[in-house]
Design a protein around this ligand. Structure first.
Ligand code: SF4
Length: 114
C-alpha cells in the first residue's frame, strides 16, 4: 500500500467551503478512488499558506519528524484544479519544485467528488 502525503490549498481550506481535511481526499485515498490508483495510507496532510514559500520546508520537516518518506505526494483537487487559480504559482510549477527538492513523484489532484 502506498504511503502518501497530501497538500491542500490553505486559502481555500480556511474559507470553510467544506474542502480538504474534511473527507474527500481522505475517502479517495482510503478507497483508491479519484486519482489514487489503489487504496493508500495518508501519512501526512499539509496546508499550503499564501504565498506558499514555507511549503517545501514544512514538507521536509513533516517527512523528517514523521520518519516516513512517502511514496507519492498529492496536490489536493482544490489546489490542482482551482478556478481562479493560485496567484503565486501554477500546480505544475509547484509539483516540479516539490519533486526536485524531495525526489518524490507529485500527483495533481486527489478526488473528483462534488
Ligand atoms: S499560495 Fe496558492 S496554493 Fe498556497 S494557499 Fe495560497 S492560493 Fe493556495
Amino acid at each position: 500500500m502506498d504511503k502518501v502525503m497530501i497538500i491542500g490549498c490553505g486559502a481555500y481550506m480556511d474559507s470553510g467551503y467544506g474542502c480538504p481535511g474534511e473527507w474527500r481526499c481522505l475517502k479517495a485515498a482510503s478507497l483508491g478512488e479519484g486519482n489514487f490508483a489503489s487504496p493508500s495510507q495518508v501519512v501526512g496532510f499539509l496546508k499550503c499558506e499564501c504565498p506558499g514559500r514555507p511549503l517545501i520546508a514544512n514538507l521536509g520537516m513533516a517527512i523528517k519528524l514523521s520518519e516516513i518518506k512517502p511514496d507519492l505526494i498529492y496536490l489536493s483537487s482544490c489546489l490542482a484544479n482551482a478556478k481562479p487559480g493560485c496567484p503565486y504559482s501554477s500546480p505544475e510549477e509547484m509539483a516540479e519544485l516539490i519533486q526536485s527538492k524531495t525526489g518524490i513523484e507529485v500527483k495533481l489532484g486527489t478526488h473528483d467528488y462534488h
